[in-house]
Write a protein that binds this ligand. Structure first.
Ligand SMILES: Cc1ncc(COP(=O)(O)O)c(C=O)c1O
Length: 349
C-alpha cells in the first residue's frame, strides 16, 4: 500500500496545484460517540480546511482548479450554485487569496432576503463577490443552470470586452480536474491511518455534485484499498448519477495517465436519507446534528453532513456497520448553513 501511495504522490506532484488550504486536515477520533455506539468513529475534519474560518471540501478541488485557471491566465472566475452554496463561498475565498475577480451565478431556491443576507450569501457579500441571484423557475438546479448559462455567455462577452479573461468552474467544482483534489484526499486519509497502523472498514460521506465521491473512488482504485465507501445522496441522484460520477473518476485517473478504471458497480450510493429534498431539513438529520453537538461539541450542517451522518447512524443501528468496525466520516464542512434561513435549519431546538 505504502509503495502505491508513494507512486501516486509522485505522479500527482507533476499536476499544477496552488496551495490554498491547511492539509492534511485532522483525523479526529470521536471518543464519546464511539463508546456510545460500539463502533470506532473517526472524523476527517475538512470543515477545518481553510481558507477562511469556514472551510469545506471544495478547497481541495479548488487547489487544482485554480492552478488551471492561472495556467489559462484568467483574472476572473465564474461559478454556480444555490444561494447558500458552500462551493460558491469557498471559490470566492480562493479568488480573493489569488487576486482574481469572483463572479457567482446563484439559484435562489429558498427565497433569500437580499436586504438581509445570511449564511454563505452574507459571506459572499462581505468577500465582495459579483453576485447574480437567479430565480429557479419551475425546474430543478440543473435546469436552472442551463438557463443561467445563456446569461453567463453574455456576461463573459462583456467582461472580455473589458479586457478580462474568464475561467468557468462548474457547480460544485465537479469536473475531472477538481476530482483530483479528492483523489489526493484519499491518499491523505490512508496515510493518516497507516501512520497509526490502522485501516478503515468504512468511509461515509455526503455526495451532491459527485466530485468528492469521484475523487475518493479514483484514489481508492489506484491504491487498491479495501475500505468500503458509502455515499449518502443529499438529493435525488437519478439513474444517470452513477454514470456521471464514474466519468468524473475515470477522467481524473486519465489525467494522471493511468489505465485503472472505476465501474458503476463499485459505487454504493444511498438515496434514502435526503428526506424531502435538497436544502429541506430531515428529522433524522436534525437528530444527528444534536447528537454530535451534544456528545462531541462538533457541528454538522443540515444540508449535507447531517443527512450523511444520519445515514451512518442508521447503518450502525441496523448492524449494516458491524460492532467493532472502524468508520471514517468525512466532515465536508457547510456549518455556515446553521446561520442561513430558518427553512434550511428546520426545527432543531
Ligand atoms: C458541506 C458539503 N458536503 C458535501 C458536499 C458534496 O460534495 P460534492 O458536490 O463533491 O458531491 C458539498 C457540496 O456542495 C458540501 O457543500
Amino acid at each position: 500500500m505504502n509503495q502505491r501511495i508513494r507512486e501516486m504522490r509522485e505522479i500527482l506532484a507533476k499536476v499544477p496545484k496552488v496551495q490554498l488550504g491547511f492539509f492534511p486536515t485532522p483525523l479526529q477520533r470521536l471518543d464519546r460517540l464511539s463508546e456510545k455506539l460500539g463502533v470506532e468513529i473517526l472524523l476527517k475534519r475538512d470543515d477545518l480546511s481553510g481558507i477562511s474560518q469556514f472551510g469545506g471540501n471544495k478547497i481541495r478541488k479548488l487547489e487544482y482548479l485554480m492552478a488551471d485557471a492561472l495556467k489559462e491566465e484568467a483574472d476572473t472566475v465564474i461559478t454556480y450554485g444555490a444561494s447558500q452554496s458552500n462551493h460558491a463561498m469557498q471559490t470566492v475565498t480562493a479568488c480573493r487569496r489569488l487576486g482574481l475577480h469572483p463572479v457567482l451565478y446563484l439559484t435562489d431556491l429558498i427565497g433569500s432576503d437580499e436586504e438581509n443576507p445570511s449564511g454563505n450569501l452574507l459571506l459572499d457579500r462581505i468577500l465582495g463577490a459579483e453576485i447574480h441571484l437567479e430565480q429557479p423557475g419551475t425546474g430543478d438546479m440543473m435546469e436552472a443552470e442551463e438557463r443561467i448559462r445563456e446569461k453567463v455567455k453574455v456576461r463573459i462577452e462583456t467582461l472580455k470586452g473589458e479586457g478580462r479573461t474568464c475561467y468557468e468552474i462548474p457547480m460544485g467544482g465537479a469536473n475531472a480536474i477538481g476530482s483530483l483534489g479528492f483523489l489526493e484526499a484519499y491518499l491523505e486519509l490512508t496515510e493518516d491511518l497507516l501512520r497509526k497502523g490502522q485501516v478503515a472498514d468504512y468511509l461515509y460521506h455526503a455526495t451532491g455534485t459527485g466530485g468528492t465521491l469521484a475523487g475518493l473512488m479514483a484514489g481508492k482504485t489506484l491504491i487498491q484499498s479495501k475500505t468500503e465507501i458509502v455515499s449518502i445522496g443529499v438529493g435525488i441522484g437519478g439513474e444517470e448519477y452513477k454514470g456521471k460520477v464514474v466519468a468524473l473518476s475515470n477522467g481524473a485517473i486519465e489525467l494522471l495517465g493511468r489505465k485503472e478504471r472505476v465501474l458503476e458497480e463499485d459505487l454504493s450510493v444511498m438515496e434514502t436519507y435526503y428526506g424531502e429534498g435538497y436544502e429541506v431539513p430531515s428529522a433524522k438529520g436534525s437528530r444527528a446534528i444534536r447528537l454530535l453537538a451534544e456528545t462531541e461539541g462538533i457541528l454538522l450542517d443540515p444540508v449535507y453532513t447531517a443527512k450523511a451522518f444520519s445515514g451512518m447512524l442508521d447503518h450502525i443501528e441496523k448492524g449494516i456497520i458491524e460492532k467493532g468496525s472502524r468508520v471514517v466520516f468525512w466532515h465536508t464542512g457547510g456549518a455556515t448553513a446553521l446561520f442561513a434561513e430558518k427553512k434550511i435549519l428546520g426545527d432543531i431546538y
